[in-house]
Design a binder for this molecule. Structure first.
Ligand code: SAM
Length: 298
């Protein structure tokens, strides 16, 4: 396990993932009933942008830093508010040095009766999480494989909630693992919202994951096209060699407002965060049923 998220904290891919997570949690907060958050690959919760890793690899300067410095149109600001409020609160009017990971976003947006379950396999990172959240009785940290843990964690006692699956993609079969995880979890907890992060590195693998997942969901009647949304952002040509050019999430059972919110912010985000020619974005329920009807008929 060599992956250290501190090298990437606050980059364009984190921004998109964390905006989506914040919007999903803000939506869950609209109803008073408690809900559960399950974070299968949690990281360390808070990242020090002035620390060694982030200084050596200051990807955040082309991510969250650009957003905080930009003039934001009112409609964009409104959508980014739950996310940016957290970043601002953590930095308390001072220079940007603290950046929230997914556990911290969950901690700050959940309410007193909501529960958060964090899994982290890396020993030192799990200890950091444990220490960080020891005083918050709503949060449980487990040092274990998030995929294996999910089998027992789903369904939680709450009907509502969210699972975020954000693995490091150190292994070639990561997408297959993600697909298996949802096939196991969704039948047991069909009312949960599921967020799957994946890089746009091997475009064929990403497409196969997205369409394979959608096909399974539709075939098994666990979801209709309205219940699956994918959102991607790329900051340079996706075919270009070198650093990660694009990434995004597939959301199963998204809040009904998510697509419109993302369509509002993505053009602005793309324009602001682009690094080279060839940047782009997409928000689609393009995983449309008709794409699969033909296959089925063959
Ligand atoms: N979700 C975090 C966030 O948004 O702030 C970032 C997570 S980072 C991309 C992936 C994390 O998964 C790393 O901290 C890594 O140590 C951990 N990890 C790797 N394999 C794992 C596994 N099988 N189960 C749980 N955690 C794992």
């Amino acid at each position: 396990m060599n992956y250290r998220h501190a090298f990437h904290a606050g980059n364009f891919a984190d921004v998109l993932k964390h905006v989506v997570l914040s919007l999903c949690l803000a939506h869950l907060n609209k109803k008073p009933k408690p809900y559960r958050v399950i974070d299968t690959h949690a990281g360390i919760g808070v990242y020090d942008l002035a620390g060694n890793e982030a200084t050596r690899s200051p990807e955040w300067k082309d991510g969250i830093a650009r957003i905080l410095e930009a003039d934001r149109p009112a409609e964009v600001d409104l959508v980014l508010k739950p996310y940016l409020d957290i970043v601002r609160a953590m930095n308390d009017g001072k220079a940007l040095t603290a950046y929230p990971g997914s556990p911290e976003i969950a901690r700050r947006l959940t309410r007193k009766d909501d529960r958060i379950h964090l899994c982290e396999l890396h020993e030192a990172d799990a200890k950091t999480l444990d220490k960080r959240y020891a005083l918050d009785s709503r949060i449980r940290v487990e040092r274990r494989d998030g995929y294996a843990a999910m089998e027992g964690l789903v369904p939680p006692k709450e009907k509502r909630g969210l699972v975020i699956v954000d693995p490091p993609f150190e292994h070639r079969d990561e997408m297959a693992h993600m697909a298996e995880a949802i096939k196991d979890a969704l039948p047991k907890w069909p009312t949960g919202t599921y967020i799957f992060w994946r890089p746009l590195k091997d475009l064929w693998a990403a497409e196969r994951f997205d369409t394979g997942l959608a096909e399974w969901l539709f075939d098994e009647e666990y979801a209709t096209p309205e219940n699956v949304l994918r959102v991607d952002l790329w900051v340079r040509d996706l075919e270009a060699e070198g650093k990660l050019a694009g990434a995004g999430v597939v959301v199963v059972n998204p809040p009904f407002t998510l697509e419109a919110d993302l369509v509002t912010v993505l053009p602005w985000l793309c324009d602001l965060l682009k690094q080279e020619a060839g940047a782009g974005w997409r928000v689609d329920g393009a995983l449309a049923e008709e794409d699969f009807e033909e296959d089925g008929a063959e």
